[in-house]
Design a protein around this ligand. Structure first.
Ligand SMILES: [Ca+2]
Ligand SMILES: [Ca+2]
Ligand SMILES: [Ca+2]
Length: 311
């Protein structure tokens, strides 16, 4: 029993020692674990610290580099600014000169614009005047051409008249020496005598017969106009005394064309008995205009007379 107790006591003591060691071991293990945790934490912290510190260094270096770059750019910009300022100062006078020149050119441009407008107006006016002158020129050209035609016609007529005049002058000069006093020469180789007194138609014809002639027979416009130039109321050799209305010349030929009766003649005295029978013809140039100047008149009235002698 006692051994047992002693043994028991010994066992109890050994158990008590084992528990202390276990606790010590546990404490050591705990401490070791804590130390490990602390080591890990420290490592992580250091790692983070170093990592952050490395990043800051990189950022600082980058910032330093950027700063340096910006500084260089600023210096370059400063230099450029100075250069540009100098160039601006140099360009300023040139700009002022160019501005003045621009203003002068603007003024000159305005002046030239006004002159151009005035010239345009002048040009338009001149164009109108030119057109009017062209129209006048065309009109004058037509008139000139017509005048040229008229001139040519008149020249031909003048030449023909000169030939006629030369012919008649030649013929007149040949006959002039035998021309009785009071006679005048005219066309168709006839002599004409205009009386200076008045007589009846029958007495007038007798005077012409005494002169170796007869009362005038009018054969043409030219002869009619020539006789009218005497400007006398004078008998001519035309009568209807044989048969009323049958007009005959003194050589017996009937009246044909041409005839030069005045308006409403012959009227054989009309309805006025005081006029009597009108059977003889006069040229009446005192009251009526040529060339229609024939009037039948009473043969007993006194008139000048015209004799014609055909050579
Ligand atoms: Ca005649
Ligand atoms: Ca009659
Ligand atoms: Ca009459």
């Amino acid at each position: 029993m006692i051994n047992r107790n002693g043994a028991t006591r010994s066992v109890k003591t050994e158990t008590h020692l084992s528990d202390g060691r276990l606790r010590l071991y546990r404490l050591a293990a705990v401490c070791l674990g804590v130390l490990c945790v602390l080591q890990v934490t420290l490592n992580i912290s250091l790692r983070l610290a170093f990592y952050n510190r490395g990043n800051e260094t990189v950022e600082r270096d980058q910032l330093q580099t950027s700063y340096n770059t910006l500084t260089e750019e600023r210096d370059q910009l400063q230099t450029s600014y100075k250069t540009l300022t100098e160039e601006r100062d140099q360009l300023k006078p040139i700009y002022n000169i160019l501005t003045k020149e621009r203003d002068q050119l603007q003024t000159r441009y305005n002046t030239l614009t006004k002159e151009r407008d005035q010239l345009q107006i002048s040009y338009n006016t001149l164009t109108k005047e030119r057109d009017q002158l062209q129209i006048s020129y065309n009109t004058l050209t037509k008139e000139r051409d017509q005048l040229q035609i008229s001139y040519n016609t008149l020249t031909k007529e003048r030449d023909q008249l000169q030939m006629d005049r030369d012919y008649l002058t030649s013929k007149f000069s040949n006959l002039k020496q035998t021309c009785p006093e009071g006679w005048q020469i005219k066309l168709e180789s006839s002599w004409y005598f205009l009386s200076t007194e008045t007589k009846s138609w029958k007495e007038s014809r007798q005077d012409c017969l005494k002169r170796g002639a007869d009362l005038v027979i009018i054969n043409s416009d030219l002869e009619q106009e020539f006789l009218l130039s005497f400007n006398k109321r004078a008998w001519i050799g035309l009568t209807d005394s044989v048969t009323e209305g049958a007009w005959k010349w003194v050589d017996g030929t009937p009246l044909t064309i041409p005839s030069y009766w005045y308006s409403q003649q012959p009227d054989n005295g009309g309805d006025n008995p005081a006029n009597g029978e009108e059977d003889c013809v006069e040229l009446n140039t005192e009251t009526w205009l040529p060339v229609k100047a024939w009037n039948d008149q009473s043969c007993l009235d006194n008139r000048y007379w015209i004799c014609e002698k055909v050579v």
